[in-house]
Write a protein that binds this ligand. Structure first.
Ligand code: NAP
Ligand code: ZN
Length: 348
């Protein structure tokens, strides 16, 4: 085991602080990655606050990891020293179940997330990317496109795949009217993807102040969701709506906005249950669905799509020493549109 510098939260109430963790030695199929950048997703914040219960502490968050290969096991074939690579949410999956064989590791019953999950290799808990380095099996390592800025590409590893996957699954494209609820880290990437796929895009936001940014990001329209009259004007006009909201909100207001056979898909994880009324669902045969990140194959496809279309996140890069400030600002919605930690700061 190798001592590795990291930042961890000792308890749900504690600020993150410097620590040393142990990483496993590089096994035959493993890749050792020196972490260069790590995005801060609202899921990191939910978990650090133990919003869903059952979290394990101490916790090292971070699941939007970009780094350089610093070591490979003798059976590794796809990566070599110095390669620019990415790691997202998935640290382990059995590789043998029907879901894995169908390239849906995100649905594997033996899935381990990159942090706050069972670590089969150490018998402990997985530790994420707020650390100097990480050891991961090559089948969960992504190739990062060379033409994208690595800091701005880091959020693609979770925020990117989480929004790309449902837009593709529900076949969003030309001639469709698509809504994105919440203009945060996920939401702003969803706008870029939906636009690149050829759809007409409307942003639903609680923040009037984000109007100009939404239009600059490629939205055709901005609807302030706290204005009931503005919402009513769009009743029955949307093919697909992606809900990226992290907190409590009224889902029924959006179900009314769907056309017949339209779909609202949740990717946001409000800790409290949503209250769904029957009427807006049954009138118009609508669907309410959900989507969890995406598999490794689709994540690589998404990265290649971003390379082709020049898509990255709009980021504010900070040293790890400012991680608690970043969490406090993320909680208030004060970020345009993703914080990324420059992990060189951990080596200083
Ligand atoms: P974020 O940057 O904080 O963005 C969330 C946005 O939602 C905010 O910017 C805000 O946008 C809106 N919002 C927040 N609270 C709200 C409320 N109470 N009512 C209405 N709107 C509200 O977070 P993120 O990193 O994009 O993550 C969003 C959610 O997705 C989180 O719950 C996260 O855990 C979840 N997530 C899920 C997956 C998955 O696989 N399904 C993957 C990653 C993240 P406006 O200011 O525009 O209203
Ligand atoms: Zn995430």
């Amino acid at each position: 085991m190798q001592p590795t510098k990291a930042y961890s939260a000792a308890t749900p109430a504690a600020p993150l602080a410097p620590t040393t963790i142990l990483r496993r030695d590089v096994g035959a199929h493993d890749v050792l990655i020196d972490v260069l950048f790590c995005g801060i997703c609202h899921s990191d914040l939910h978990q650090v606050k133990d919003d869903f219960g059952g979290a394990t502490f101490p916790m090292v968050p971070g699941h939007e990891i970009v780094g350089k290969v610093a070591g490979v096991g003798d059976q590794v074939t796809k990566f070599k020293l110095g390669d620019l690579v990415g790691v997202g949410c998935i640290a382990d999956a059995d590789g043998t179940c029907g879901e894995c064989r169908a390239d849906h590791e995100e649905c594997c019953p033996n899935l381990s997330y990159v942090f706050n999950s069972k670590d089969r290799h150490t018998g402990g808990t997985t530790y994420g990317g707020f650390s100097q380095s990480i050891v991961i099996e090559e089948r969960f390592v992504l190739r990062m496109p060379k033409n994208l800025d690595p800091a701005a590409a880091a959020p693609l590893l979770c925020g990117g795949i989480t929004t790309y996957s449902p837009l593709r699954h529900w076949k969003v494209g030309k001639g469709q009217r698509v809504g994105v609820i919440g203009l945060g880290g996920l939401g702003h990437l969803a706008v870029k993807f939906a636009r690149a796929l050829g759809a007409s895009v409307a942003v639903f936001t609680t923040s009037e102040g984000k109007r100009d940014d939404a239009l600059k990001l490629g939205a055709d329209e901005v609807i302030v969701s706290t204005d009931p009259e503005a919402m009513k004007r769009h009743a029955g006009t949307f093919d697909f709506i992606l809900d990226t909201v992290s907190g409590e909100h009224d889902i029924n207001a959006y179900l009314w906005l769907l056309k017949r056979d339209g779909t609202v898909t949740l990717v946001g994880l409000p800790p409290k249950p949503l209250s769904v009324r029957a009427f807006p669902l049954i009138v118009g045969r609508k669907s309410l669905s959900g989507s969890n990140i995406g598999g490794i194959k689709e994540t690589q496809e998404m990265l290649d799509f971003c390379s082709e279309h020049g898509i990255t996140a709009d980021v504010e890069t900070l040293p790890i020493q400012k991680v608690n400030e970043a969490f406090a600002r993320l909680e208030k919605g004060d970020v345009k549109f993703r914080f990324v930690l420059d992990m060189a700061s951990l080596r200083d």
